[in-house]
Design a protein around this ligand. Structure first.
Ligand SMILES: Nc1ncnc2c1ncn2[C@@H]1O[C@H](COP(=O)(O)OP(=O)(O)OP(=O)(O)O)[C@@H](O)[C@H]1O
Length: 622
């Protein structure tokens, strides 16, 4: 039985034992815990059982003292416990701090730089999802891909995942995503109409390129996808064919009448590229309708600088396919010349440029015209990680199809980099033109320089045309037509005007002034060495070329197994010399720098600040 004297001691014993107490402890010293109120009651009961007043009074005093002492002890113990806890937390914090300092000291410069890059990337990654404002406002997001009736042939469906993996490995195809459709090595197995196969054969397109053999089945299956493959590797067919087949299926099911359609839209960043894609679609759809079995499909070219009334005959019929640049497309949609009420396919060619600042809001605007779920395809030869990550979260169960590193140069191009003083460039250009037979493209990012080069070449008797953004649409069309037809030997071009253009058998690309962004260089040299043929690219650099650009160029040459000239060998990026990997800047894909000194990011930020200033000043406008 408890006595007043023994209680406090027991409680202390109990307290000190509790942290190590085990459920199955059978220790005899264990005494069950008795709550304070219960103990007080027990003591009071005992008190009241005393008979004499003086004895009761004495006992009561003793009890009060005892309880006061007990409370004081408890308070003291609590303070000690808190102090112990505080000390432990402080010590823990100090330990964590010193551990981190030790880890930091162990980190290489590369790791530190990578951390800085990751922080900057996270800071700039807070972009709004690429979806229409309506979808964003209503919180609409789709979790299932579009259903299509297409299925691979049974013998391919019966293959194991391991067989698919080996096939992809054979063609250096890297994929990412859930339930990826199988790669298919033959056009015949893709269930493409015979008429189309024959037409492709007549154009020497007999076996699918790697991006086609994985990309076409993926798109035929209704999946959203990001397709990345080097320049000249046949991406256009990979995204046009699925749209043509989708349109054909719809038209066969229920013929389109005026005011209906389009089934899908292909967005391009430049008028020239849109025109070229449009011409391809026209040729492919015409080939199909040669067979009476297939109805004709109507395609509209929707670009700035041309009169849309010339295509009135297309608009007067049901519309199947639209190939467009963003500005004119928005204009037509706003004027309700056609709607996207039943449109379910959107493809962006050179998608990194489309999504990149400048077009991003236009793309969102265009998406807001869609009234139902769409299949979205993004294609490009260059696709920095920043854009890939951003795009991926905007697509539905996307499949990433990657042939080689995004932003890597086409290995069929022999890259020659020469140090040429600024004042010697024109004369040396003439010498360079002797290296190969025409056609040759000369690139410069400066419009005035483009004009100067053309003038100089004309003076020297070279048949040259020029193309850049300040030329009229007629001048641009004339330049491309006469160069494509072979009437002109040399085309002098600014990079922007010629991205993605597919000219026949360009022998030689001369880069008169090296673009600041390595992605542009990759696209420019990619005008040669197309569809399996080889070509040469000669690039002039000198002391005006920023060191960052030279570093990007150097590591790109190394990656492509090209000769690195001695003047490039002498400059090094500490990140790479310390054993860093050639991962590429997440913003522009350049191999010779991180985000912290990315020329593209600087450019983007400058443009952003300028547009904010314009809005603030009440000026600007698109
Ligand atoms: N399977 C194929 N076999 C042979 N040639 C092909 C094949 N597919 C496409 N081509 C041809 O290859 C050339 C380049 O194709 P395309 O313009 O689609 O390249 P791309 O990958 O879009 O290049 P870029 O990134 O420069 O725009 C075209 O002339 C096209 O006709």
């Amino acid at each position: 039985m408890d006595t007043e004297e023994t209680l406090p001691r027991r409680r202390r014993v109990q307290r000190s034992q509790s942290p190590t107490y085990k459920l199955d402890d059978t220790d005899d010293a264990y005494e069950p815990y008795v709550p304070v109120a219960q103990r007080r009651e027990a003591k009071l009961a005992k008190l009241s059982s005393l008979t004499s007043n003086s004895a009761r009074e004495k006992a009561r005093k003793q009890l009060e003292e005892l309880l006061a002492k007990e409370d004081a002890e408890q308070e003291e113990e609590r303070k000690k416990e808190n102090a112990r806890k505080e000390r432990t937390l402080l010590l823990e914090a100090q330990e964590v701090h010193s551990r981190k300092a030790a880890e930091d000291a162990k980190k290489t410069e590369i790791e530190k730089a990578e951390e800085v890059d990751a922080e900057i990337l996270a800071a700039i990654a807070s972009r709004r999802k690429l979806a229409s404002d309506l979808e964003l406002a209503k919180g609409i997001s789709y979790s299932e891909s579009l259903k299509t009736s297409w299925r691979p042939p049974k013998y391919i469906r019966d293959r194991t995942d391991e067989q698919h993996r080996r096939l992809r490995e054979k063609y250096h195809i890297i994929v990412d995503g859930e339930d990826i459709p199988p790669p298919i090595e033959h056009f015949e197995d893709m269930k493409i109409p015979q008429q189309m196969l024959q037409f492709l054969k007549s154009k020497k397109i007999t076996t699918p390129t790697p991006i086609q053999l994985q990309g076409i089945p993926t798109a035929f299956s209704g999946r959203d996808m990001i397709g990345i493959a080097f320049t000249g590797s046949g991406k256009t067919l990979a995204f046009c064919l699925p749209l043509i087949m989708m349109a054909l299926e719809e038209e066969v099911k229920l013929p389109f009448v005026r005011g209906e359609g389009p089934v899908g839209v292909i967005l391009c960043p430049s008028r020239e590229l849109a025109t070229q894609t449009y011409e391809n679609v026209l040729a492919w759809t015409a080939a199909l309708s040669k067979d009476a079995k297939y109805p004709p499909l109507n395609t509209l070219l929707c670009i700035g600088g041309i009169s849309m009334s010339e295509q009135g005959h297309v608009l007067n019929k049901g519309l199947h396919i639209v190939v467009a640049t963003p500005g004119r497309l928005i204009d037509m949609l706003e004027k309700k010349r056609f709607t996207f009420n039943n449109t379910k396919f959107l493809c962006m060619d050179e998608a990194d440029r489309m999504i990149d600042l400048g077009f991003e809001d236009d793309v969102r605007n265009i998406m807001s015209f869609f009234k139902r779920q769409r299949q979205t395809l993004l294609f490009s030869a260059t696709m920095p990680r920043k854009i890939q990550d951003f795009a991926q979260q905007s697509l539905v169960r996307p499949v990433l199809v990657n042939v080689g590193r995004a932003g890597a140069a086409n290995l069929d191009v022999l890259q020659v980099v020469e140090y040429v003083k600024q004042e010697a460039k024109m004369v040396y250009l003439l010498e360079c033109l002797q290296k190969t037979a025409p056609p040759v493209i000369v690139f410069s990012d400066n419009k005035n320089e483009v004009d100067d080069i053309q003038e100089y070449l004309l003076l020297k008797g070279v048949e040259a045309v020029a193309i850049h953004g300040s030329k009229t649409q007629e001048e641009r069309q004339y330049a491309i037509k006469s160069f494509k037809s072979g009437a002109k030997d040399v085309m002098v071009a600014s990079g922007v005007a010629s991205k993605g253009l597919d000219f026949n058998d360009i022998q030689h690309v001369i880069i008169f002034s090296m673009p600041k962004e390595i992605e542009d260089y990759v696209h420019q040299i990619g005008r040669t060495g197309r569809s399996g043929k080889t070509g040469i690219a000669t690039t002039f650099v000198n002391m005006n070329t920023p060191e960052q650009t030279l570093l990007d160029l150097k590591y790109l040459l190394i990656e492509a197994g090209q000769k690195v000239p001695p003047f490039l060998q002498t400059i090094d990026d500490p990140r790479v010399t310390q054993g860093g990997s050639l991962k590429g800047c997440p913003v522009c894909g350049g191999l010779g720098h991180g985000i912290s000194n990315c020329p593209k990011l600087e450019d983007v930020q400058r443009r952003q600040m300028a547009s904010q200033r314009a809005v603030h000043d009440g000026g600007g406008g698109y």
